[in-house]
Design a protein around this ligand. Sequence first.
Ligand SMILES: [Zn+2]
Ligand SMILES: [Zn+2]
Length: 297
Amino acid sequence: MNPRIEKLKEINTIISSAISKSNKFWFEHILPSQMSLPLFEKAEAELNAILKDYPSDTNFWRMLCNVKTYTMDYAAAITALEKVIALENKQKDKSQLAELLEHKDVVKPKAKVKKTESNLVKRELPYFKYHPDPTVTGAFETDTVVTCDCCKQPTDVYYTNPFFAVDDIEALCPWCIADGKAAEKFEGSFQDDISVDAVNDKDKLMELIERTPGYNGWQQEYWLAHCNDYCAFKGYVGWQEIEPLLDQFADIESDLASAGGLRLTELPNYLKDNGSCQGYLFQCICCNKYRLYYDFD
Ligand SMILES: [Zn+2]
Ligand SMILES: [Zn+2]
């Protein structure tokens, strides 16, 4: 494949992932989230490098303009877009330039977080009995160093959502989740206490909703229980993932019925990881049987 096209795709992927992590809209006057900043920086570096080889490629200039708009460097975004217009003179770009010029004098807020990789302390991760492998399920991310909103310490393992609280929380470290500080400080919870199976033990409920990282459903997340205790969340699954485990489920037919009425015979056609019908696998921490929850997008 053409190396220029290849590079275009590669940088596009970085920018898409930066945007999805940015927690902001296009022209919103806030800085993108701390998790997205290294990705925007990476995209910018790649663009500056490739523009040395292809200085009249308007696609790369447009991408640079987008990156600079997201990071609120409006003057640089304008410069990049002016290059595009000088090369191609399209109405679409001129309209965007007019819009950008309205933002020209907006002052970029100071970043609240400084990069603190150097004072990072390596600590052993706490154990969550209802979510034993949060790094594997994706609840904890490890792609960059962020500052925990609760303890203000740098961490290279962090959690973003779900967390139900009034304050906007960008990132929490595993330790502030495990010892309950995050839930206490922000009066928040990781799981809605009415969207859980009944367990006859208030302490277990508190551990689940205040000291356990949650998972992300299409709809309201639901937490299953078995043997009078909450199950461990094992991860996101489709038919492919659960078929080999079918004989180890407690009662998959009744799980299907209570989650949304699908029959086991229909499951191969519907349940797909990352699909419209998403499965959530749980395992009893007492008898080790599996349970399944699912929802639709
Ligand atoms: Zn913390
Ligand atoms: Zn059980």
